[in-house]
Write a protein that binds this ligand. Sequence first.
Ligand code: G6P
Length: 367
Amino acid sequence: AAVGKGNYRHFMEKELHEHPAVLGDTLRQMVNPGTRAVVLPELPFDLAGISRVTITACGSAFYAGLVGRYWFESIARIPTDGDVASEFRYRAPPLPQGGLGLLVSQSGETADTLAALRYLKAQGQHVLSVVNVEESSMARESDAVLQTVAGPEIGVASTKAFTAQLAVLACLALAAGRARGTLSAAQEAAMTQALLEVPGRAAEILEHDAAIRRIAARIAKARDVLYLGRGNCFPIALEGALKLKEISYIHAEGYAAGEMKHGPIALIDPTVPVIATVPSGPLFEKTASNLQEAAARGGQVIVFSDAAGAAKLQGIAAETIVMPAVDPFVAPILYAIPVQLLAYHVAVLKGTDVDQPRNLAKSVTVE
Ligand code: G6P
């Protein structure tokens, strides 16, 4: 059956509002709510024996993979590497025995990611795909598939598929942590609990829609926007910047907050909004000091943080969206939502073709 827009103006808006449901559906197939244990489909290899994980993908799916890298390293202590598929496939990287190649793709058809998959296979890696389209080339050619349950995504710029990819990668990291003995049962239960609360928190975040629309009015006037994040929220800064440029055509860059002083700080003046995804957690103070530097140069600092973080940044933030307080482990899943929503509202204000941005394709099946 054809998918409609329902009461929404654009598919992208509808799909943004599907975040809670899609996260719930995706988690439901991988977490036992009774035991709070992650239950993955049977894999044809042992996660305990994986020597290295190599993650490759394109676009937003690659940024999901980058978040996955933080999780595999910190939770399961697996050496993990990642690169965009268009570079990876031609780098001809040597890969260790017993390595796992991990592909992330909504469509399962992106040409560069598919070529990377074939390279990984030829190098004797186990190949696991996180895909949304079950009947896809990547799903067919992989040793195993973990499906995101995002449903059809029509808007060219990925939204709900991205957070569903994160949910799957989080579960995979927990399963790997358990298999490798780097995660105690109590830790797994606490982290799984945090994951199970994500759909509810996602719904709360969508209630900030009007406030985010007000911030969008400010961003719509900018020529350049800088997004900053650290740790597992650094890829969310990349995602925020990508989404903004894709659909509003405003130049944006995502940067690791600590790298700001090695370049982008030179650009900051009162015309440049600096958007920070900065949850409370071990790295909060570090990012706060970067934001302080941005504010001191007249940058309009826009903060996405929880109540405790927002309170600390009150003196320097031009605008703040107060996010739910969550385990830092799940923060990237939730912080993706407001940056996507912000890009959406900026694009609407600019009057662009939100669902079909110029020059972009939903699925890039030619190189
Ligand atoms: C295109 C889309 C992006 C998507 C990327 C990768 O560029 O506009 O939203 O992230 O392709 O697509 P895939 O289907 O492999 O996730």
